[in-house]
Design a protein around this ligand. Structure first.
Ligand SMILES: [Zn+2]
Ligand SMILES: [Zn+2]
Length: 241
């Protein structure tokens, strides 16, 4: 499997950046994890949008979903020209207007998912987890080619986070805060929490959902000690899983 970071920021990007979105390529399938602001154009550098096989939306906050609207416009034109292949979309159930638009989109095959549910796309296993966030949010473990990539979506500390890290080769994790700004009542993890989980479970982590107020130096300092087992996501970079 390989993972390309299309957008690494949240809740808004730095100048020239994009918010949460990742392209996972596994066993010939193109799997999108979220599609935040500015990510559609980045996706087009990697693949044709008509070649998307699966879209997993962790939740419907706009820093994870705002470019799903322009993707729908793209598909509207594709289908008018005779295209028929629909991406499979996995997302949690939510009643907001964007969720309704996605759930009712005629160009997608939508599957509503909850924590504890599993699904399969060909020989790719998907395990979903209920994360801790102000709106319904699913994390996912994706198993393929003997490797496991986990994506936390947005979350603070919760029991499921242990399950997400346990048994994963690499965890793509929400590192929106440095510990000095983190509180249990807030909606995100800290970078230092991810370092702790990575140490505990002996796997690798890629820290993303970066708050634009932090400098690269501050973030690198927070992960120092784990070497290349813990990385700060870089936009445009492709990681082998
Ligand atoms: Zn977010
Ligand atoms: Zn969120």
């Amino acid at each position: 499997m390989q993972l390309t970071v299309l957008g690494k920021y949240g809740p808004f990007p730095k100048e020239g950046g994009a918010t949460s979105s990742y392209l996972l390529q596994a066993n010939g399938k193109n799997i999108l994890l979220d599609l935040g602001a500015g990510s559609f154009a980045r996706l087009c550098r990697c693949i044709k949008p008509e070649d998307i096989d699966v879209i997993i939306l962790s939740h419907f906050h706009l820093d994870h979903t705002s470019d799903i609207g322009v993707l729908i416009y793209y598909y509207q034109i594709l289908f008018a020209k005779g295209h028929t292949k629909k991406p499979i979309v996995f997302c949690p159930e939510e009643g907001g207007p964007l969720a309704e638009t996605v759930i009712n989109c005629p160009y997608f095959n939508v599957n509503l998912v909850r924590g504890g549910e599993i699904s399969m796309v060909d020989d790719i296993d998907l395990d979903f987890f209920e994360m801790r966030h102000p709106v319904p949010c699913v994390g996912v473990k994706i198993s393929c080619e003997g490797k496991v990539l986990a994506y936390t979506g947005d979350t603070n500390v919760c029991d499921c986070l242990e399950d997400v890290f346990d048994g994963s080769d690499t965890v793509l994790a929400d590192g929106a805060f440095l510990m000095r700004d983190w509180e249990i009542s807030k909606p995100h993890l800290s970078v230092e929490h991810i370092v702790g989980f990575t140490n505990k479970y002996g796997n690798k982590s890629i820290i993303s959902h970066i708050n634009p107020k932090y400098t690269e130096e501050e973030l690198q300092k927070a992960i120092s000690g784990l070497g290349d087992r813990c990385l700060i996501a870089q936009e445009g970079k492709t990681y082998k899983i």
